[in-house]
Design a binder for this molecule. Structure first.
Ligand code: SF4
Ligand code: SF4
Length: 195
């Protein structure tokens, strides 16, 4: 049986025929980690507190983006016009750690692509995952920037910075604990692994 470290390294050495193959492999590894160590993490108050703060930060960023109509613009661009940045293949911005975090927060990870040619996670109402990758949260295209006033942009950037700092802390926390339990460096649980 290969160690977790070797399995993760193997994931990113392989060549995949379709964009979702790598994602499915990440989900498989995440499931194994979640089944074996999920309860271990949930029992730690420091981890629960960080999760709670991260969830609140996501809700705060989402509320803000809803109010500033950033989601509406992305919905029109991505779902109605079938343009924009949520393209097929970008689902691989979702790392093993981000899959784990969605489960820890009680959210599911979709199992099939709903909109052909778009990111695996695009649905009829836009992005379907709750805890989203760094790139998806910090990217603002020209179309969005034209919508925002300077004050809007400052407010949104601050909310996103808070959310992504917590995401980073949680990813580090999970990685450090798993490294401690398994005795191996698991840098790959934060790697997107596509180019
Ligand atoms: S960020 Fe810009 S390019 Fe991407 S979906 Fe939104 S409006 Fe479209
Ligand atoms: S994960 Fe969500 S936000 Fe990121 S590219 Fe896919 S649909 Fe877009």
């Amino acid at each position: 049986m290969l160690s977790m470290r070797s399995r993760l390294a193997e994931l990113f050495r392989r060549e995949y025929r379709t964009p979702e193959e790598l994602l499915f492999e990440k989900i498989k590894v995440a499931m194994e980690l979640y089944e074996n160590y999920g309860e271990y993490f949930k029992a730690q108050s420091e981890f629960r507190d960080l999760l709670k703060a991260y969830k609140s930060a996501i809700i705060k960023s989402n509320d803000l983006m809803e109010r500033k109509e950033s989601f509406k613009e992305c919905f029109i661009c991505s779902v109605e016009e079938r343009k924009g940045c949520c393209k097929e293949g970008l689902e691989n911005e979702v790392t093993v750690n981000i899959i784990l975090l969605n489960w820890f927060l009680g959210y599911t990870i979709p199992s099939e692509r709903e909109v052909k040619g778009r990111c695996f996670f695009v649905g009829e109402r836009g992005c379907k995952i709750f805890a989203r990758p760094y790139l998806c949260r910090e990217f603002f295209c020209k179309r969005l920037m034209n919508r925002f006033s300077h004050e809007d942009y400052v407010e949104i950037s601050q909310a996103i910075a808070e959310e992504l700092t917590l995401l980073y802390k949680l990813c580090e926390y999970i990685k450090k604990e798993l490294q401690f339990i398994l005795g191996e460096y698991l840098l790959e649980i934060d790697i997107t692994g596509y180019s």
